[in-house]
Design a protein around this ligand. Structure first.
Ligand code: NAD
Length: 490
């Protein structure tokens, strides 16, 4: 197959209680690098699908929670092996429907494999603690038990890694799941589900619902049989879900937006800083919650740093994400294209200077391509500095000192990730406590996470306990404390 060869569109349907279900309407999953190409025919459901899926998960829960955890782990491990064997195809489909480069698509699929393996291994870990009791007759212990039925609502920008880091721990710890992926990435969802089904997951343990959030989301959030909701996506949708679900007594975990700063101090290795800022800002076309979006640079090195970043922005190939030398693909949808363009217009109206890029790459035809863009002289109160853009845009803000740089970095309602570039160990250590973000990087891009450590943000970026690593156990389990007295000896 050549890099640009297309395949016939496949069908994607809901999967409920172990069966594929037709929807109430059929739509198109399209390729953002070539919007006239249909990647999949999508059979979308409505609220009745959500109800059936929740009921299937509720019915499957007793059997799944009682399966010995190591046997649940065996199924996850087998799913990981199957996904690993299929990674090239899955990564290619991911790229065709989401737009990130093939290397990123395959890399993300392999990340999902690693996550499945990690949580398979977690099923062998201790699941409780024993305590000394004040009473001589009492055996006192606490054990973690599953929460019940979990609704997992996921975004389009990491269409396999994010679902994997919610679904794998949910299943490993004994919960059953209803999963609603984002509308524009249903084919990747089908691949992840298929690997788990082929690995032997019992009917009803994982159910996939396909459709618009507004058609099926409410049922998932409010159904009395749903015990917990794990959501990743935009702040508006996340907060609306939270207020409804919390009022009904459900457990809620939110991973929301980011406006992640990178701070470049005058003593930094500027070549390294420019490379990592470019990676954080432009890879995946800037569509990462952890992407670098504002870059605060000490004045003494401003010009030098800007020149280096501009040179990278102009040299990285923007184009067909299936071609091996492409560094930056299209943004994922026409909505994204319009949103990013709107922010670029706002920035220029506010007085920002376009140092590289600046808008749509019209020479690339119908695809949703935005040039990697560097904005200089950006006023700190411009919306391009204060709001999440979710596109390949780096806004540079000068700072007079470390203290001013930290103030500018913290001047955001978000607090997901941050980065500092310096050779000064003292400053680096100070920054790790001065900055209000859930993840801090020193001499590394703000994006890029390891899967076995806690992940989440501060302030408006997250709510509830952390995802990933052992931290995920907090959300997907609840404690049961047992006081057991031995009967008196007869
Ligand atoms: P979105 O909020 O539009 O959609 C997220 C999911 O919610 C989708 O599956 C969507 O169908 C569903 N949804 C929409 N309306 C709903 C409703 N009324 N009820 C229930 N579900 C509903 O977000 P998006 O555009 O898919 O993703 C981009 C956003 O996600 C960005 O803000 C980004 O920062 C954020 N994000 C955060 C993280 C993180 O870990 N913090 C990671 C990736 C993306």
């Amino acid at each position: 197959m050549t890099a640009t060869a297309t395949a016939d569109p496949v069908d994607v349907r809901a999967y409920i209680a172990g069966e594929w279900r037709d929807g109430v309407r059929t739509g198109s999953d399209i390729n953002p690098s070539r919007p006239s190409e249909q990647v999949a025919r999508v059979h979308s459901g409505d609220a009745s699908h959500a109800t059936q899926a929740v009921e299937a998960a509720r019915d499957a829960f007793p059997g799944w929670r009682n399966m010995p955890p190591p046997l649940r782990g065996d199924i996850l491990r087998k799913a990981a092996d199957l996904l690993d064997q299929r990674a090239e195809q899955v990564g290619r489909d991911l790229t065709r429907e989401e737009g990130k480069t093939l290397a990123e698509g395959i890399g993300e699929t392999r990340r999902a494999v690693a996550i499945l393996r990690y949580y398979a291994a977690q099923t062998l870990e201790p699941d409780g603690e024993t305590y000394p009791s004040h009473s001589p007759a009492t055996f006192l212990y606490a054990r973690r038990e599953p929460v019940g039925v979990v609704a997992a609502i996921t975004p389009w920008n990491f269409p396999i890694a994010i679902p994997a880091w919610k679904i794998a721990p949910a299943l490993a710890y004994g919960n059953t799941v209803v999963w609603k992926p984002a509308e524009i990435v249903p084919l990747t969802a089908k691949h992840l589900l298929q690997a788990l089904v082929d690995a032997g997951l019992p009917k009803g343990v994982l159910n996939l619902v396909i459709g618009r959030g507004r058609d099926i989301g409410d049922t998932l959030v409010t159904h009395e049989a749903v015990d917990a909701i794990t959501f990743t996506g935009s702040n508006d949708v996340g907060r609306a879900i939270q207020s409804k679900a919390v009022a009904l007594g459900k457990k809620v975990q939110l991973e929301l937006g980011g406006k992640n700063p990178s701070v470049v101090l005058a003593d930094a290795d500027l070549a390294l800083a420019a490379e990592h800022v470019a990676r954080g800002a432009f890879l995946s076309a800037g569509q990462k919650c952890t992407a670098t979006s504002k870059v605060i640079v000490e004045r003494g090195v401003l010009k030098d740093f800007q020149d280096r970043l501009v040179a990278i922005a102009q040299s990285w190939k923007l184009g067909d994400p299936l071609e091996a030398d492409t560094k930056v693909g299209p943004v994922a949808s026409e909505d994204q294209l319009n949103t990013v363009q709107r922010y670029l217009d706002i920035g220029q109206k506010d007085g920002a200077k376009v140092l590289a890029g600046g808008g749509r790459a019209k020479e690339l035809g119908e695809g949703y391509y935005i040039q990697p863009t560097v904005l200089g002289d950006v006023p700190a109160n411009s919306k391009v500095v204060t709001e999440e853009i979710f596109g390949p845009v780096a806004a540079i803000i000068p700072a007079g000192s470390y203290d001013e740089a930290v103030k500018l970095a913290n001047d955001t309602p978000y607090g997901l990730t941050s980065a500092l570039f310096t050779r000064d160990l003292g400053r680096a250590l100070r920054f790790t406590s001065d900055i209000r973000s859930g993840v801090v990087k020193v001499n590394q891009e703000s994006a890029g996470l390891e899967f076995h450590v806690p992940f989440g943000g501060m302030k408006e970026s997250s709510s509830g306990s952390r995802e990933q690593g052992k931290a995920a156990r907090e959300f997907f389990t609840q404690w049961k404390t047992v006081y057991m007295d031995m009967p008196p000896v007869q």
